[in-house]
Write a new protein. Structure first.
Length: 132
């Protein structure tokens, strides 16, 4: 962007250089087990000291999440249903997905407000799927 960061290159705020996702599904006698693991390096964000002529970046902590699901397929005539229980974020990692610094200009005082968005905590859920 011309005129920004003293015309020096800067990477996107959505630049996560390392991302790994592993999924495995096993099916046996109508039972289905699924495991998902995701790992990603931290997202870059602007520090509150950033200026239009000089950007100042930091990186949020790494993201990792392990999800598991166990289900059973039931066939009734032409209809196949699947009932499953899933556990999201099994390890209950406190994942920071985004961070924003907001500077509020009020008279002669500047206030810095940091907004942190966290991922899903340990959660147990269920799912019912009908196919015909």
């Amino acid at each position: 962007v011309a005129g920004k960061n003293s015309n020096h290159y800067f990477s996107s705020l959505n630049n996560r250089p390392h991302r790994l996702k592993f999924s495995e599904i096993v099916s046996l006698y109508g039972f289905i087990a699924k495991i998902d693991y995701e790992f990603a390096s931290g997202n870059p964000y602007f520090n509150s000291t950033s200026q239009n002529y000089r950007f100042d970046f930091s990186t949020s902590p790494v993201f990792s999440q392990l999800d598991v699901e166990l289900g059973k397929q039931i066939k009734i005539g032409k209809c196949i249903s699947e009932i499953s229980v899933n556990i999201l974020n099994v390890l209950n990692t406190k994942n920071e997905t985004d961070r924003f610094n907001h500077i509020i200009l009020e008279n002669s005082n500047n206030e810095n407000v940091v907004r942190i968005i966290e991922g899903m905590p340990f959660t147990v859920g269920g799912r019912i799927a009908l196919k015909w």
